[in-house]
Ligand binder design. Structure first.
Ligand SMILES: Cc1cc2nc3c(=O)[nH]c(=O)nc-3n(C[C@H](O)[C@H](O)[C@H](O)COP(=O)(O)O)c2cc1C
Length: 199
């Protein structure tokens, strides 16, 4: 039995390829781990706000000195980090938008990446503090980035691997529905993406 956290960042609902791919990953996880529980976090329904001065002040104030105002400013961040810690497996839906991730996903990342909470620095360098997780990224893109002329622009997978690895989540696999914008290729892209899922 695994606790699965499904992060959604496409506003396309059931028509979203990253959601379909994420659901297919979850189906396989459930098959391998009967009784698994899924918790869905749709960032397009409840988006995280941009970081503000009050949020940063609270981030950089040691927890033992937090005022009521500080606590209020980081309530959402604390909750998001607690959800991450609670999960065994995290499935992150990542539509490719303008060579990057949707801003709702970036906003969530800005709330979970916190010095001395989810990473810390020592003389030995940075250390991620969210350990022991399995992460599956369900990427969806109109063009193809895993090979060919656009491979040099495959920023999303490298960014997510780098960032989540920095926070300690180094066991990360990327699956892709890619090339859906090529005429007549959408269904085949979805099929190929789902068929590529190996846990
Ligand atoms: C605002 C926006 C920007 C996009 N930018 C890109 C892009 O830079 N490169 C690309 O290959 N596809 C791009 N696409 C196509 C999406 O990656 C594609 O539709 C994908 O399926 C989106 O994921 P979703 O189906 O989960 O929403 C863009 C789509 C939208 C809506």
């Amino acid at each position: 039995m695994k606790k699965i956290l499904h992060i959604i960042s496409s506003p396309k609902g059931e028509n979203s390829y990253s959601v379909k791919l994420g659901n297919a990953i979850i189906d396989k996880v459930k098959l391998a781990n009967p009784g698994s529980i899924v918790s869905v976090k749709d960032l397009t329904v409840n988006p995280f706000p941009h970081l503000e001065e009050a949020t940063l002040n609270a981030f950089y104030t040691p927890a033992e000195n937090h005022t009521l105002e500080n606590k209020k400013a980081i309530k959402n961040s604390d909750l998001a980090i607690a959800e991450l810690k609670e999960a065994d497996i995290i499935v992150i839906g990542a539509p490719l938008w303008n060579f990057g991730i949707p801003s709702v996903l970036k906003a969530w990342i800005d709330h979970i990446a916190r010095a001395n909470v989810t990473f810390k620095y020592s003389e030995a360098g940075p250390e991620g503090l969210i350990k022991g997780k399995t992460v599956y990224v369900a990427m969806a893109s109109g063009a193809i980035y895993s090979s060919g002329p656009f491979q040099a622009f495959d920023f999303v997978s490298t960014y997510l691997k780098g960032l989540l690895g920095f926070l300690g989540m180094t066991d990360l696999t990327v699956f892709r529905v890619e090339g859906s914008a090529y005429p007549g290729q959408a269904e085949a892209a979805l099929k190929t993406g789902i068929a590529s899922i190996e846990l």
